[in-house]
Write a protein that binds this ligand. Structure first.
Ligand SMILES: Nc1nc2c(ncn2[C@@H]2O[C@H](COP(=O)(O)OP(=O)(O)OP(=O)(O)O)[C@@H](O)[C@H]2O)c(=O)[nH]1
Ligand SMILES: [Mg+2]
Length: 276
């Protein structure tokens, strides 16, 4: 069974539209998993109302705990089949889901919905935001040795949810970049997508999230140790006693520091690549 994970934080105007649209574009045996971080609007009610009509599961977490950790939390529930991740805000059109899953069926481990391949359009973003996003992707790719045009994409399909469970350590990091930077053996394809800025609801992108992300990329580059991406000071925070145990917590803080030999570090740019 294929799954589609959708993280939500106050997306009541978008999530119902998106779920309906997904089932117009994918076969019905796909299961949608919405993972909500205590939205204060009607997001949860909208999803609950669709549970009887569609194959939709709602996972609830308490407090805002971060997009990447929400994705990982959901991935722990989806079993071994292939899985896609997409934003709830209708920026990612479900018509691309079959194309992403097709790449996985062809044998790739990861299929990235790429906004910056030739001929694609970004609708609704001002020029400076496109430049910032594109530039950040180029710099991160260069520093971390990841060869995809859009390593910051949040629209992706993966062969197995294990890649998400094993690869995501940061609560707020751009999870695709983290996965690609820490596992050089993944076979990666890109699927060109048009991207539409959200029409409803508010962006959750904050300055502190951006700064934390820059810090992570730079720390990794300075130490020249890909395992440095696997330490997260956020994870050392006291766990919320009311919150269902999120497996990413203890594993993050207990993660041993492993030195990567120089030879291994140098070989990585040869093995992470885009095919197809
Ligand atoms: N569960 C959960 N979902 C989140 C969290 N932060 C953001 N999201 C969801 O993650 C997706 C991406 O967030 P956005 O706010 O659209 O961030 P963005 O796409 O970088 O920025 P904009 O497109 O400008 O809004 C959306 O579906 C959000 O609802 C979070 O802390 N927890
Ligand atoms: Mg968005």
């Amino acid at each position: 069974m294929k799954s589609v994970i959708i993280p939500t934080l106050n997306e009541e105007e978008n999530i119902g539209r998106l779920i309906r649209l997904i089932y117009e574009h994918v076969e019905s045996e796909v299961s949608v998993v919405v993972v909500d971080d205590e939205s204060t609007d009607g997001t949860r009610e909208v999803v609950r109302n669709l549970e009887s009509e569609y194959n939709v599961k709602l996972l609830l977490r308490r407090g805002r705990r971060g997009l990447a950790s929400a994705v990982r939390y959901a991935a722990e529930t989806t079993g071994n089949g292939s899985v896609a991740v997409m934003d709830a805000d209708l920026s990612h059109h479900p018509k691309y889901l079959p194309l992403l899953f097709e790449k996985i069926e062809e044998g790739y481990d990861v299929a990235v919905g790429s906004r910056y391949t030739a001929g694609n359009r970004i609708k609704g973003w001002p020029g400076h935001r496109v430049a910032l996003s594109k530039g950040a992707g180029i710099i991160a790719s260069a520093l971390l040795g990841v060869r995809v045009t859009d390593p910051m994409s949040g629209f992706v399909a993966l062969k197995s949810s294990e890649i998400l469970v094993g690869g995501i350590r940061h609560s707020d990091c751009k999870f695709l970049l983290e996965i690609l930077a820490t596992d050089e053996s993944l076979r990666v394809a890109e699927v060109p997508i048009d991207f539409q800025n959200r029409k409803y609801g508010k962006s959750k992108l904050t300055v502190s999230t951006t700064l934390r992300y820059i810090n992570q990329v730079l720390r990794h580059f300075v130490t020249r140790d890909r395992r440095s991406l696997l330490t997260d000071h956020e994870a050392a925070k006291e766990p919320d006693p009311d919150f269902p145990v999120d497996a990413s917590g203890p594993q993050q803080t207990d993660m041993p520091h492993i030195e990567v030999p120089q030879s291994q570090r140098d070989s990585r740019s040869d093995t992470v690549g885009v095919r197809g």
